[in-house]
Design a protein around this ligand. Structure first.
Ligand SMILES: [Zn+2]
Length: 482
Protein backbone atom coordinates (compact mmCIF):
# COMPACT_ATOMS: atom_id res chain seq x y z
CA UNK A 1 0.00 0.00 0.00
CA UNK A 2 1.27 3.45 -0.92
CA UNK A 3 1.58 5.40 2.33
CA UNK A 4 3.43 8.39 0.99
CA UNK A 5 3.31 10.76 -1.90
CA UNK A 6 6.06 12.91 -3.42
CA UNK A 7 4.87 16.47 -3.95
CA UNK A 8 8.02 18.24 -5.09
CA UNK A 9 11.67 17.49 -5.84
CA UNK A 10 14.99 19.28 -6.06
CA UNK A 11 18.55 17.90 -6.09
CA UNK A 12 17.91 14.56 -4.32
CA UNK A 13 15.59 16.20 -1.79
CA UNK A 14 11.82 15.97 -1.83
CA UNK A 15 8.70 17.27 -0.19
CA UNK A 16 6.61 14.20 0.64
CA UNK A 17 3.40 13.55 2.48
CA UNK A 18 3.48 10.50 4.74
CA UNK A 19 0.21 8.95 5.79
CA UNK A 20 0.02 7.31 9.23
CA UNK A 21 -2.91 5.91 11.25
CA UNK A 22 -3.13 9.22 13.20
CA UNK A 23 -2.87 11.56 10.25
CA UNK A 24 -0.36 12.81 7.72
CA UNK A 25 2.83 14.81 8.06
CA UNK A 26 4.97 16.51 5.48
CA UNK A 27 8.67 15.94 4.93
CA UNK A 28 11.41 17.08 5.23
CA UNK A 29 10.26 16.62 8.81
CA UNK A 30 11.91 17.09 12.15
CA UNK A 31 10.49 14.90 14.92
CA UNK A 32 11.39 16.29 18.35
CA UNK A 33 12.27 13.56 20.83
CA UNK A 34 9.99 13.67 23.86
CA UNK A 35 11.22 11.94 26.98
CA UNK A 36 7.96 10.51 28.35
CA UNK A 37 8.97 10.84 32.00
CA UNK A 38 10.96 14.06 32.21
CA UNK A 39 9.84 16.20 29.28
CA UNK A 40 11.68 19.49 29.13
CA UNK A 41 8.98 20.63 26.72
CA UNK A 42 5.67 18.80 26.80
CA UNK A 43 4.64 16.71 23.80
CA UNK A 44 1.42 18.70 23.49
CA UNK A 45 3.40 21.92 22.99
CA UNK A 46 5.51 20.67 20.08
CA UNK A 47 3.06 21.74 17.42
CA UNK A 48 3.61 25.43 18.21
CA UNK A 49 7.28 25.14 17.20
CA UNK A 50 6.32 23.59 13.88
CA UNK A 51 6.35 19.86 14.65
CA UNK A 52 3.90 17.79 12.64
CA UNK A 53 4.99 14.54 14.30
CA UNK A 54 7.06 13.55 17.33
CA UNK A 55 9.13 10.60 18.48
CA UNK A 56 9.31 9.03 21.91
CA UNK A 57 10.96 6.02 23.45
CA UNK A 58 8.85 2.87 23.72
CA UNK A 59 11.41 1.11 25.86
CA UNK A 60 11.23 3.78 28.58
CA UNK A 61 7.44 3.57 28.48
CA UNK A 62 7.58 -0.21 28.67
CA UNK A 63 9.82 -0.05 31.71
CA UNK A 64 8.11 2.75 33.61
CA UNK A 65 4.50 3.21 32.53
CA UNK A 66 3.52 0.01 30.70
CA UNK A 67 0.09 -0.46 32.20
CA UNK A 68 -0.98 3.16 32.04
CA UNK A 69 0.07 3.66 28.44
CA UNK A 70 -1.54 0.35 27.44
CA UNK A 71 -4.83 1.46 28.99
CA UNK A 72 -4.83 5.01 27.66
CA UNK A 73 -3.06 4.50 24.38
CA UNK A 74 0.07 6.39 23.39
CA UNK A 75 -1.60 9.53 22.05
CA UNK A 76 -3.84 10.07 25.07
CA UNK A 77 -0.94 9.30 27.40
CA UNK A 78 1.15 12.02 25.74
CA UNK A 79 -1.85 14.28 25.15
CA UNK A 80 -1.20 14.71 21.41
CA UNK A 81 -3.16 14.09 18.23
CA UNK A 82 -0.26 14.24 15.76
CA UNK A 83 1.61 11.13 14.50
CA UNK A 84 3.96 9.57 17.05
CA UNK A 85 6.93 7.42 16.12
CA UNK A 86 8.41 5.22 18.83
CA UNK A 87 11.98 4.06 19.17
CA UNK A 88 12.57 0.61 20.53
CA UNK A 89 15.38 0.80 23.05
CA UNK A 90 18.21 0.37 20.55
CA UNK A 91 19.78 3.53 21.90
CA UNK A 92 19.77 2.06 25.43
CA UNK A 93 21.21 -1.11 23.93
CA UNK A 94 24.08 0.88 22.45
CA UNK A 95 24.74 2.83 25.65
CA UNK A 96 24.22 0.09 28.28
CA UNK A 97 24.95 -3.00 26.18
CA UNK A 98 21.73 -4.73 27.23
CA UNK A 99 17.98 -4.23 27.44
CA UNK A 100 15.35 -6.18 29.37
CA UNK A 101 12.95 -6.84 26.54
CA UNK A 102 12.86 -9.02 23.45
CA UNK A 103 12.36 -7.74 19.93
CA UNK A 104 8.93 -9.40 19.71
CA UNK A 105 7.77 -7.93 23.03
CA UNK A 106 8.78 -4.36 22.20
CA UNK A 107 7.43 -4.48 18.63
CA UNK A 108 4.06 -5.87 19.79
CA UNK A 109 3.98 -3.29 22.58
CA UNK A 110 4.56 -0.42 20.12
CA UNK A 111 1.73 -1.49 17.88
CA UNK A 112 -0.58 -2.24 20.83
CA UNK A 113 -0.24 1.28 22.28
CA UNK A 114 -0.93 2.83 18.88
CA UNK A 115 2.49 4.03 17.71
CA UNK A 116 2.21 5.37 14.17
CA UNK A 117 5.72 4.34 13.18
CA UNK A 118 7.30 1.33 14.88
CA UNK A 119 11.02 0.55 15.08
CA UNK A 120 12.29 -3.00 15.77
CA UNK A 121 15.02 -3.60 18.33
CA UNK A 122 17.84 -3.21 15.83
CA UNK A 123 21.48 -3.33 16.89
CA UNK A 124 23.29 -0.04 16.37
CA UNK A 125 26.89 -0.78 15.47
CA UNK A 126 29.01 2.30 16.24
CA UNK A 127 31.36 3.79 13.62
CA UNK A 128 34.80 2.17 13.21
CA UNK A 129 33.70 -1.17 14.70
CA UNK A 130 35.46 -4.40 13.75
CA UNK A 131 34.11 -5.77 10.51
CA UNK A 132 33.14 -9.10 12.11
CA UNK A 133 31.12 -7.29 14.76
CA UNK A 134 29.39 -5.13 12.18
CA UNK A 135 28.48 -8.20 10.11
CA UNK A 136 27.19 -10.18 13.09
CA UNK A 137 25.15 -7.22 14.35
CA UNK A 138 23.72 -6.71 10.91
CA UNK A 139 22.60 -10.34 10.61
CA UNK A 140 20.87 -10.15 14.00
CA UNK A 141 19.25 -6.83 13.06
CA UNK A 142 17.89 -8.29 9.83
CA UNK A 143 16.40 -11.29 11.68
CA UNK A 144 14.62 -8.92 14.05
CA UNK A 145 13.41 -6.78 11.18
CA UNK A 146 11.90 -9.82 9.47
CA UNK A 147 10.23 -10.79 12.73
CA UNK A 148 8.81 -7.26 13.07
CA UNK A 149 7.48 -7.36 9.51
CA UNK A 150 5.42 -10.45 10.40
CA UNK A 151 4.02 -8.80 13.54
CA UNK A 152 3.12 -5.32 12.27
CA UNK A 153 -0.14 -4.80 10.43
CA UNK A 154 -1.61 -1.44 11.48
CA UNK A 155 1.38 0.83 12.10
CA UNK A 156 4.03 1.94 9.66
CA UNK A 157 7.25 0.01 10.01
CA UNK A 158 10.68 1.64 10.07
CA UNK A 159 13.52 -0.71 9.18
CA UNK A 160 16.88 0.73 10.28
CA UNK A 161 19.95 0.38 8.09
CA UNK A 162 23.13 -0.51 9.96
CA UNK A 163 26.68 -1.53 8.98
CA UNK A 164 28.88 0.90 10.90
CA UNK A 165 31.29 2.85 8.66
CA UNK A 166 31.54 0.05 6.08
CA UNK A 167 29.87 1.42 2.98
CA UNK A 168 29.44 -2.03 1.43
CA UNK A 169 27.67 -3.27 4.59
CA UNK A 170 25.41 -0.22 4.59
CA UNK A 171 24.58 -1.07 0.99
CA UNK A 172 23.95 -4.72 1.85
CA UNK A 173 21.76 -3.65 4.74
CA UNK A 174 19.78 -1.28 2.52
CA UNK A 175 19.23 -3.97 -0.10
CA UNK A 176 18.10 -6.48 2.55
CA UNK A 177 15.61 -4.15 4.29
CA UNK A 178 14.19 -3.13 0.95
CA UNK A 179 13.40 -6.79 0.32
CA UNK A 180 11.78 -7.17 3.75
CA UNK A 181 9.69 -4.11 2.91
CA UNK A 182 9.35 -1.20 5.33
CA UNK A 183 7.56 2.12 5.10
CA UNK A 184 10.45 4.26 6.36
CA UNK A 185 14.18 3.49 6.31
CA UNK A 186 16.23 5.04 9.12
CA UNK A 187 20.01 5.24 8.80
CA UNK A 188 21.15 4.17 12.26
CA UNK A 189 24.11 4.74 14.54
CA UNK A 190 25.37 7.97 12.99
CA UNK A 191 25.23 10.17 16.10
CA UNK A 192 28.93 9.59 16.93
CA UNK A 193 29.75 10.79 13.37
CA UNK A 194 27.64 13.92 13.86
CA UNK A 195 29.12 14.62 17.29
CA UNK A 196 32.66 14.48 15.93
CA UNK A 197 31.85 16.46 12.74
CA UNK A 198 32.66 13.45 10.52
CA UNK A 199 30.40 14.75 7.78
CA UNK A 200 32.41 13.11 5.02
CA UNK A 201 31.73 9.63 6.45
CA UNK A 202 28.13 10.62 7.04
CA UNK A 203 27.71 11.84 3.45
CA UNK A 204 29.21 8.64 2.08
CA UNK A 205 26.73 6.52 4.06
CA UNK A 206 23.72 8.63 3.06
CA UNK A 207 24.65 8.62 -0.65
CA UNK A 208 25.24 4.88 -0.62
CA UNK A 209 21.88 4.20 1.05
CA UNK A 210 20.00 6.58 -1.25
CA UNK A 211 21.46 4.86 -4.29
CA UNK A 212 19.69 1.66 -3.12
CA UNK A 213 16.53 3.11 -1.53
CA UNK A 214 15.55 5.33 -4.41
CA UNK A 215 11.96 6.21 -3.59
CA UNK A 216 10.89 5.46 -0.01
CA UNK A 217 11.46 7.91 2.87
CA UNK A 218 14.84 7.89 4.59
CA UNK A 219 15.21 8.94 8.22
CA UNK A 220 18.60 10.12 9.49
CA UNK A 221 18.36 8.74 13.00
CA UNK A 222 19.60 11.05 15.75
CA UNK A 223 20.42 13.96 13.48
CA UNK A 224 19.07 17.03 15.21
CA UNK A 225 21.46 19.84 14.33
CA UNK A 226 20.11 22.36 11.81
CA UNK A 227 23.57 22.96 10.28
CA UNK A 228 23.39 19.48 8.70
CA UNK A 229 19.76 19.48 7.53
CA UNK A 230 20.15 21.10 4.10
CA UNK A 231 23.02 18.86 3.00
CA UNK A 232 21.27 15.75 4.30
CA UNK A 233 18.02 16.66 2.54
CA UNK A 234 19.85 17.37 -0.71
CA UNK A 235 21.44 13.92 -0.44
CA UNK A 236 18.02 12.33 -0.02
CA UNK A 237 17.09 12.32 3.68
CA UNK A 238 13.46 13.03 4.48
CA UNK A 239 13.12 12.71 8.26
CA UNK A 240 15.22 13.89 11.20
CA UNK A 241 14.67 13.59 14.91
CA UNK A 242 16.07 15.77 17.59
CA UNK A 243 16.97 15.06 21.16
CA UNK A 244 19.73 17.58 20.56
CA UNK A 245 17.48 20.58 21.23
CA UNK A 246 17.17 19.43 24.86
CA UNK A 247 20.62 17.86 25.31
CA UNK A 248 22.32 21.02 24.05
CA UNK A 249 20.14 23.22 26.27
CA UNK A 250 21.26 21.23 29.29
CA UNK A 251 24.83 22.43 28.65
CA UNK A 252 23.82 26.01 27.75
CA UNK A 253 24.55 25.33 24.08
CA UNK A 254 22.66 27.54 21.64
CA UNK A 255 22.07 26.23 18.12
CA UNK A 256 22.42 28.26 14.94
CA UNK A 257 22.27 27.13 11.33
CA UNK A 258 26.03 27.70 11.17
CA UNK A 259 27.00 25.77 14.28
CA UNK A 260 26.72 25.86 18.05
CA UNK A 261 27.44 28.77 20.40
CA UNK A 262 27.92 28.69 24.15
CA UNK A 263 25.60 31.00 26.01
CA UNK A 264 28.53 32.33 28.02
CA UNK A 265 30.13 33.65 24.80
CA UNK A 266 27.01 35.35 23.48
CA UNK A 267 26.66 39.12 23.73
CA UNK A 268 23.76 39.28 21.27
CA UNK A 269 21.26 36.66 20.10
CA UNK A 270 21.60 36.23 16.31
CA UNK A 271 17.95 35.16 16.11
CA UNK A 272 14.49 36.71 16.23
CA UNK A 273 12.48 33.84 17.69
CA UNK A 274 10.08 34.63 20.56
CA UNK A 275 12.75 33.67 23.11
CA UNK A 276 15.56 35.71 21.59
CA UNK A 277 13.42 38.81 21.10
CA UNK A 278 12.20 38.69 24.70
CA UNK A 279 15.50 38.18 26.52
CA UNK A 280 19.12 39.27 26.19
CA UNK A 281 21.99 36.82 26.71
CA UNK A 282 22.85 38.69 29.93
CA UNK A 283 19.35 38.22 31.31
CA UNK A 284 19.41 34.58 30.44
CA UNK A 285 22.78 34.00 32.11
CA UNK A 286 21.25 35.39 35.34
CA UNK A 287 18.32 32.96 35.34
CA UNK A 288 18.14 29.76 37.33
CA UNK A 289 19.30 26.67 35.48
CA UNK A 290 15.85 25.16 34.93
CA UNK A 291 14.32 28.27 33.44
CA UNK A 292 17.35 28.88 31.23
CA UNK A 293 17.43 25.30 30.00
CA UNK A 294 13.80 25.44 28.97
CA UNK A 295 14.29 28.73 27.07
CA UNK A 296 17.40 27.57 25.22
CA UNK A 297 15.57 24.35 24.28
CA UNK A 298 12.73 26.47 22.90
CA UNK A 299 15.14 28.58 20.87
CA UNK A 300 16.86 25.41 19.60
CA UNK A 301 13.50 24.09 18.37
CA UNK A 302 12.54 27.39 16.74
CA UNK A 303 15.82 27.64 14.85
CA UNK A 304 15.62 23.98 13.76
CA UNK A 305 12.09 24.29 12.39
CA UNK A 306 12.95 27.56 10.70
CA UNK A 307 15.69 25.76 8.80
CA UNK A 308 13.27 22.98 7.80
CA UNK A 309 10.93 25.62 6.35
CA UNK A 310 13.81 27.34 4.55
CA UNK A 311 14.76 24.00 2.96
CA UNK A 312 11.17 23.28 1.90
CA UNK A 313 10.88 26.69 0.27
CA UNK A 314 14.18 26.06 -1.57
CA UNK A 315 12.82 22.74 -2.89
CA UNK A 316 9.67 24.51 -4.10
CA UNK A 317 11.62 27.16 -5.99
CA UNK A 318 14.34 24.82 -7.29
CA UNK A 319 17.15 26.53 -5.39
CA UNK A 320 18.26 23.75 -3.04
CA UNK A 321 21.73 23.60 -4.65
CA UNK A 322 22.19 27.29 -3.92
CA UNK A 323 21.04 26.87 -0.30
CA UNK A 324 23.32 23.89 0.37
CA UNK A 325 26.33 25.54 -1.26
CA UNK A 326 25.88 28.44 1.15
CA UNK A 327 25.30 26.27 4.23
CA UNK A 328 28.27 23.93 3.72
CA UNK A 329 30.57 26.93 4.14
CA UNK A 330 29.84 26.92 7.86
CA UNK A 331 32.23 24.01 8.45
CA UNK A 332 35.15 22.68 6.36
CA UNK A 333 34.06 19.06 6.91
CA UNK A 334 30.59 19.86 5.70
CA UNK A 335 32.18 21.31 2.57
CA UNK A 336 34.27 18.14 2.17
CA UNK A 337 31.20 15.92 2.66
CA UNK A 338 29.22 17.76 0.00
CA UNK A 339 32.04 17.51 -2.53
CA UNK A 340 31.44 13.74 -2.52
CA UNK A 341 28.44 14.29 -4.80
CA UNK A 342 30.97 14.49 -7.64
CA UNK A 343 31.35 10.70 -7.31
CA UNK A 344 27.59 10.20 -7.45
CA UNK A 345 26.88 12.48 -10.41
CA UNK A 346 25.17 9.77 -12.49
CA UNK A 347 22.90 8.97 -9.58
CA UNK A 348 22.21 12.65 -8.87
CA UNK A 349 21.33 13.08 -12.52
CA UNK A 350 18.37 10.68 -12.07
CA UNK A 351 16.80 12.85 -9.37
CA UNK A 352 17.54 16.50 -10.04
CA UNK A 353 14.84 18.27 -12.09
CA UNK A 354 16.00 19.25 -15.58
CA UNK A 355 14.51 22.71 -15.79
CA UNK A 356 14.87 25.39 -13.16
CA UNK A 357 14.42 29.14 -13.13
CA UNK A 358 17.97 30.15 -12.33
CA UNK A 359 21.54 29.00 -11.94
CA UNK A 360 23.31 31.06 -9.28
CA UNK A 361 27.02 30.33 -9.00
CA UNK A 362 27.88 29.99 -5.29
CA UNK A 363 31.43 28.63 -5.49
CA UNK A 364 33.38 25.81 -7.15
CA UNK A 365 30.83 23.19 -6.05
CA UNK A 366 28.34 24.75 -8.50
CA UNK A 367 30.41 23.19 -11.29
CA UNK A 368 29.31 19.70 -10.21
CA UNK A 369 25.61 20.37 -10.65
CA UNK A 370 23.88 18.02 -13.10
CA UNK A 371 22.66 20.94 -15.20
CA UNK A 372 26.28 21.63 -16.23
CA UNK A 373 26.70 18.02 -17.35
CA UNK A 374 23.37 18.14 -19.18
CA UNK A 375 24.39 21.34 -20.93
CA UNK A 376 27.52 19.64 -22.28
CA UNK A 377 25.41 16.74 -23.58
CA UNK A 378 22.90 19.09 -25.20
CA UNK A 379 25.63 21.01 -27.06
CA UNK A 380 27.03 17.76 -28.48
CA UNK A 381 23.72 17.17 -30.27
CA UNK A 382 23.83 20.45 -32.16
CA UNK A 383 25.01 20.42 -35.80
CA UNK A 384 27.69 22.94 -36.81
CA UNK A 385 29.00 24.00 -40.24
CA UNK A 386 32.56 23.43 -41.49
CA UNK A 387 34.00 26.33 -39.51
CA UNK A 388 32.73 28.00 -36.33
CA UNK A 389 33.84 31.04 -34.39
CA UNK A 390 34.12 30.58 -30.64
CA UNK A 391 34.58 33.65 -28.47
CA UNK A 392 34.88 34.46 -24.80
CA UNK A 393 34.05 38.08 -25.69
CA UNK A 394 30.39 38.87 -26.34
CA UNK A 395 31.52 41.83 -28.47
CA UNK A 396 32.61 39.46 -31.22
CA UNK A 397 30.00 37.90 -33.49
CA UNK A 398 30.31 34.17 -32.94
CA UNK A 399 28.35 30.93 -33.31
CA UNK A 400 29.55 29.77 -29.92
CA UNK A 401 30.36 31.80 -26.80
CA UNK A 402 32.73 30.52 -24.17
CA UNK A 403 31.52 30.92 -20.61
CA UNK A 404 33.18 29.91 -17.33
CA UNK A 405 31.62 26.77 -15.77
CA UNK A 406 29.69 25.73 -18.92
CA UNK A 407 32.28 26.12 -21.68
CA UNK A 408 30.82 26.31 -25.19
CA UNK A 409 27.38 27.91 -25.33
CA UNK A 410 25.95 28.03 -28.87
CA UNK A 411 24.20 31.32 -29.65
CA UNK A 412 20.82 29.55 -29.82
CA UNK A 413 21.21 28.39 -26.18
CA UNK A 414 22.17 31.82 -24.88
CA UNK A 415 18.62 32.46 -23.67
CA UNK A 416 17.80 29.06 -22.17
CA UNK A 417 18.51 27.22 -18.92
CA UNK A 418 21.09 26.67 -17.58
CA UNK A 419 23.77 28.76 -19.32
CA UNK A 420 21.36 31.48 -20.44
CA UNK A 421 19.89 31.79 -16.94
CA UNK A 422 23.18 31.67 -15.08
CA UNK A 423 24.49 34.39 -12.81
CA UNK A 424 28.24 33.90 -12.49
CA UNK A 425 31.03 36.26 -11.43
CA UNK A 426 33.01 38.05 -14.21
CA UNK A 427 35.64 35.77 -15.77
CA UNK A 428 38.57 37.69 -14.26
CA UNK A 429 37.16 37.19 -10.74
CA UNK A 430 35.88 33.62 -10.91
CA UNK A 431 37.86 30.64 -9.53
CA UNK A 432 40.32 28.89 -11.89
CA UNK A 433 38.28 25.67 -11.64
CA UNK A 434 35.38 27.34 -13.44
CA UNK A 435 37.68 28.26 -16.36
CA UNK A 436 39.37 24.85 -16.40
CA UNK A 437 35.99 23.09 -16.47
CA UNK A 438 34.84 25.33 -19.34
CA UNK A 439 37.97 24.54 -21.38
CA UNK A 440 37.53 20.81 -20.72
CA UNK A 441 33.97 21.03 -22.00
CA UNK A 442 35.15 22.90 -25.11
CA UNK A 443 37.80 20.23 -25.80
CA UNK A 444 35.16 17.50 -25.43
CA UNK A 445 33.03 19.22 -28.05
CA UNK A 446 35.99 19.67 -30.41
CA UNK A 447 36.86 15.99 -30.14
CA UNK A 448 33.24 15.09 -30.79
CA UNK A 449 33.14 17.29 -33.94
CA UNK A 450 36.45 16.41 -35.57
CA UNK A 451 35.39 17.64 -39.02
CA UNK A 452 34.53 21.13 -37.75
CA UNK A 453 37.22 23.80 -37.54
CA UNK A 454 37.05 25.90 -34.36
CA UNK A 455 38.41 29.48 -34.59
CA UNK A 456 38.75 30.38 -30.92
CA UNK A 457 39.05 33.96 -29.64
CA UNK A 458 39.77 34.27 -25.93
CA UNK A 459 40.82 36.97 -23.48
CA UNK A 460 44.14 36.69 -21.59
CA UNK A 461 42.31 35.04 -18.66
CA UNK A 462 41.78 31.88 -20.73
CA UNK A 463 45.14 31.65 -22.49
CA UNK A 464 47.13 29.52 -20.05
CA UNK A 465 44.38 26.87 -19.90
CA UNK A 466 44.18 26.60 -23.67
CA UNK A 467 47.25 24.35 -23.97
CA UNK A 468 47.00 21.13 -25.97
CA UNK A 469 43.93 22.03 -27.95
CA UNK A 470 42.77 19.35 -30.38
CA UNK A 471 44.07 19.77 -33.96
CA UNK A 472 40.83 21.23 -35.25
CA UNK A 473 41.33 24.35 -33.09
CA UNK A 474 42.97 27.65 -33.96
CA UNK A 475 43.66 29.93 -31.01
CA UNK A 476 43.63 33.75 -31.06
CA UNK A 477 44.33 35.66 -27.86
CA UNK A 478 42.54 39.00 -27.69
CA UNK A 479 44.49 41.94 -26.39
CA UNK A 480 42.76 44.24 -23.85
CA UNK A 481 42.07 46.90 -26.51
CA UNK A 482 39.98 44.74 -28.84
ZN1 LIG B 1 16.07 32.29 19.03
Amino acid sequence: MQKFEILDKDVMGRICRIETPSGTFETPALLPVVNPNIPLIDASEMRKFGAEAIITNAYILYRTAKQEVEEKGLHRFLNVDIPVMTDSGSYQLMVYGDVEVTNREIVEFQERIGADIVVPLDIPTPPDSERDTAEEDLEKTLQREKEARDIISRSLLALPIQGSTFTDLRRRSAEAVKKIGGDVYPIGAVVPLLDSYRFLDLARIILEVRSVIRVEPIHLFGCGHPMVFSMAVAMGCDIFDSAAYALYAKDDRYMTIYGTKKLVDLHYFPCSCPVCTRYTPEEMKEMNKKERERLIAEHNLYVSFQEIKTIKQAIKEGSLFELVEKRIRSHPYLLAGWRLIKDYSKHLELFDPKIKKKFLYCGVESIYRPSVMRHVEAVKNIEFGGEVVVSSDFGILAEIYLRPVFGPVPAELMESFPAGHAEIPPEDLIEDEAIIQAVENLKKLMNEKKDVKFKIYVSKRWEKYMKELPENGELHVLSRET
